[in-house]
Design a protein around this ligand. Structure first.
Ligand code: MN
Length: 448
């Protein structure tokens, strides 16, 4: 890979005309989020002059599948399988000397978050939020690492509120809390796309997500030891905040505009105290505007990789999966397969439900349907599905708490088989209309 830091990736985007600078002064309250959201998918944007800070802000570094395709150097259709292969073949990281780590150029134990250009993103948000902070922690008993991204509310100059869903970090924190001990953490801001993507892998607990990043780079990722906590962080990042999640402390956090395009509610949640900040000498702050394609794809592509593997185990002729943007990159899954036996579509749907709690509605289509094109998927449902025969619903399963239609996370699941029944496969009844030669027509040569 030709980059190993966020700023090297920014350089590549700039060369290709996909990164723009906003030179005028902008407000960190709403204005950065509004411009970033409008540009997302077209351009990455650097705000050179945010009000109240001399640190630039960047957003939209991977705003579409095309950006990820460039970042991973594979075609769009290969993103999920490529990620899955890296996850199945992790590679160790390498720890380098502090003197060689750019993120150690400036070190301060007097952390003051109010000096950072941390945006307020949405109308009802409780305040400034760090949205692109890669959080690293270790299991207090085994030392196994976990890497994850959480919304982080700036509460004062050295405290953050955090939302921790019932996954790996929560497990680590509860182990520490039982002994009335804090859980040491580090929050890394300004990472490259590979690090960001790897942090979102659907891994078993104990698997180090950074080792997936190494596999994607094709060489060991370079980490460096923290100053005040026993944690290693990406050496080429922009900013590292060191600290601890306090035991038996909960403080109000939220509301916050989340990926389903609704607000997550205000509640008493875990609380972080910061002990140190290390940065480059001229750091760039990264933000991800919640619910944009950048946000949805960062979670969606690694999930697709994991889901593809599990659905393939159930039905080997599964060729692709897609978490749709309308389905928030989490709730709606489309599976493409070359069905060989009646009933396989339903088996694939069961496997998909088992792969991720968040999946809510699954559509299975045949191999001739482009699953990245919503018109094609809609057409398959319209013409290959009979609801009384092909749709089934399961009540009261575990879903996602951020989906406001669930009963605090208790959710129904629906499967839709939109594949042609085996008895009609290859017959004229389901033959797509086709104009011979249409594909080869060069329209411009006809229209002059
Ligand atoms: Mn994990």
């Amino acid at each position: 890979m030709s980059y190993k830091s966020m700023r090297e990736w920014m350089g590549i985007l700039e060369e290709q005309g996909r990164l723009k600078h906003v030179k005028r002064e902008v407000s960190t309250e709403y204005e950065i989020a509004a411009v970033g959201k409008k540009a997302c998918g077209k351009y990455a944007v650097v705000f050179d002059n945010p009000k109240g800070s001399n640190m630039p802000v960047v957003t939209g570094l991977t705003g579409s599948r095309e950006f990820f395709s460039k970042a991973l150097n594979v075609p769009i259709s290969e993103l999920a399988p490529h990620f899955e292969r890296a996850q199945a073949n992790p590679m160790e990281c390498r720890i380098i000397e502090k003197s060689l780590a750019p993120v150690k150029e400036v070190i301060t134990e007097d952390v003051d978050l109010t000096k950072l250009p941390i945006p307020v993103h949405h109308e009802k948000d409780s305040g400034s939020y760090i949205t692109a902070g890669v959080l690293v922690a270790k299991n207090p008993e085994t030392g196994e690492k976990n890497v994850s991204i959480h919304r982080l509310q700036v509460t004062d100059k050295n405290h953050l509120g955090i939302l921790i869903l019932p996954r790996h970090l929560m497990h680590f924190h509860r182990i520490a809390e039982k002994k009335n001990q804090p859980l040491e953490i580090a929050i890394v801001i300004g990472c490259d796309p590979i690090t960001m993507l790897s942090s979102q892998a659907l891994t078993p607990i104990g698997q180090d997500e950074f080792c997936i990043a190494s596999a994607l780079y094709g060489e060991p990722m370079e980490l460096v030891k923290c100053e005040t906590v026993d944690i290693e962080v990406p050496a080429h990042a922009e900013i590292v905040l060191e600290g601890k999640i306090l035991p038996n402390v909960r403080k109000p956090e939220g509301p916050f505009g989340e990926y389903p395009k609704y607000y997550g509610p205000r509640k008493d949640r875990e609380y972080i105290e910061l002990t140190c900040m290390t940065t480059r000498k001229d750091p760039i702050f990264q933000t991800i505007v919640p619910a944009t394609n950048e946000h949805l794809l960062l979670g969606g592509i690694p999930r697709e990789g994991g889901i593809l593997q599990l659905v393939k185990n159930a039905v080997p002729t599964t060729s692709a999966v897609h978490l749709t943007p309308g389905g928030t990159g989490r709730y709606h899954l489309v599976i493409q397969m070359d069905k060989r036996n009646e009933g396989e579509a339903k088996n694939a749907i069961f496997a998909a439900f088992g792969s991720s709690q968040e999946i809510k509605h699954v559509v299975v289509v045949d191999k001739d349907v482009d699953i990245f094109n919503p018109i094609e998927v809609n057409w398959a449902i319209a013409t290959r599905c009979q609801a009384d025969r092909d749709v089934f619903i399961v009540s009261g399963a575990c879903g996602n708490k951020l989906d406001p239609s669930t009963n605090d996370g208790l959710s129904a699941k629906m499967g839709i088989d939109a594949t042609v029944p085996m008895e009609y496969k290859g017959t004229d009844k389901f033959r797509r209309i086709q104009i011979p030669g249409e594909e080869e027509i060069d329209l411009d040569s006809y229209l002059g």
